[in-house]
Design a protein around this ligand. Structure first.
Ligand code: PLP
Length: 287
């Protein structure tokens, strides 16, 4: 494996950043997770737009244009010779003093890691995932706004720990008003009477690129989609539920907090969207 750092390639074990990097010291940076399917980098433009938006919001100047970044990502995939891969693109504030002042950091670090990812087993894609809701809340102020994909993922990590402790593969966060926000690394959809619902961004969710792809596919397949806040109760009584994310792709949820969802098997709308998504990713991407 070759890791790109600021225009140079390093072998996996030699790819290093400074312990004075504010990404490490303070979580001061932004990132993206991107998938490559059969040589196509899926929705690269959307991921780069989100990366640059996140960076702009935290006043981090990425030292290359979006076109240069696109080229670097495509090159890094090629260099690693993988047709199917997961890309982790990180831009950190760079090395500085121990003070948290970002003015002490002169060179942002641009890192591109290309590897493989397997979040859930095939068995879980076939049979669906049991999940729980957890006490950790999705808070939405200022730079911790979930729309910013920053290196501050502590809430998401706590959610993952809570999911692990409950013996399930993923968990849902609520926001401070009790509305369902999202999973630790994915968005949630529920289906009721043929209509899809997903929480709007302002509830406290990242506006996922997979989420958008699924909304478009649902539209094409004739399923109405509503961005609307909903509670745990609505999830419990849904006909179907599923999660979407770059790593998770589309995975059915068949149990939430011990309540069976629908028939307890991946529902027909979820299955048709997963099938459509699998087709889409093979054709829609940057080569
Ligand atoms: N929510 C969070 C907190 C995430 O980290 C991710 C992953 O990027 C998602 C949702 C899903 O977004 P996407 O489909 O763009 O990967």
């Amino acid at each position: 494996r070759w890791v790109y750092i600021n225009g140079k390639y390093f072998r996996k074990d030699e790819a290093k950043v400074s312990v004075f990097d504010h990404g490490f010291l303070y979580g001061d940076g932004v990132f993206e997770g991107i998938r490559v399917y059969d040589g196509n980098v899926f929705r690269l433009k959307e991921h780069l737009e989100r990366l640059y938006d996140s960076a702009k919001s935290i006043m981090l100047k990425i030292p290359m244009t979006m076109e240069e970044m696109q080229q670097a990502v495509v090159d890094a995939v090629r260099k690693n010779g993988l047709r199917d891969a997961y890309i982790r693109l990180v831009v950190s504030r760079g090395a500085g003093s121990l003070s948290l002042d970002p003015e002490s950091c002169s060179d942002p670090q641009v890192i591109i890691i290309v590897d493989q990812v397997r979040l859930f087993s095939q068995e879980l894609y076939d049979n669906g995932l049991p999940i729980v809701t957890v006490p950790t809340r999705r808070n939405i102020p200022d730079a911790l706004n979930p729309k910013i994909k920053s290196l501050n993922y502590l809430n998401n990590i706590l959610v993952k720990i809570e999911a692990n402790r409950a013996g399930v593969g993923e968990a849902l966060m609520l926001n401070e008003d009790g509305y369902v926000a999202e999973g630790s690394g994915d968005n949630i959809f529920i289906v009721k009477k043929g209509v899809l619902y997903t929480p709007p961004g302002y509830v406290g969710a990242l506006e996922g690129i997979t989420r958008k792809a699924i909304m478009d596919l649902a539209d094409q397949l004739g399923y109405p989609v509503k961005e609307q806040p909903f509670t745990r109760h609505d999830v419990y009584i849904a006909d179907e539920a599923f999660l979407t994310g770059t790593a998770a792709e589309v995975i059915a949820v068949v149990e939430v907090d011990g309540r069976q969802i629908g028939t307890g098997k991946p529902g027909p709308i979820t299955r048709s969207l997963l099938e459509a998504f699998r087709k889409l990713v093979r054709v829609d991407g940057v080569q």
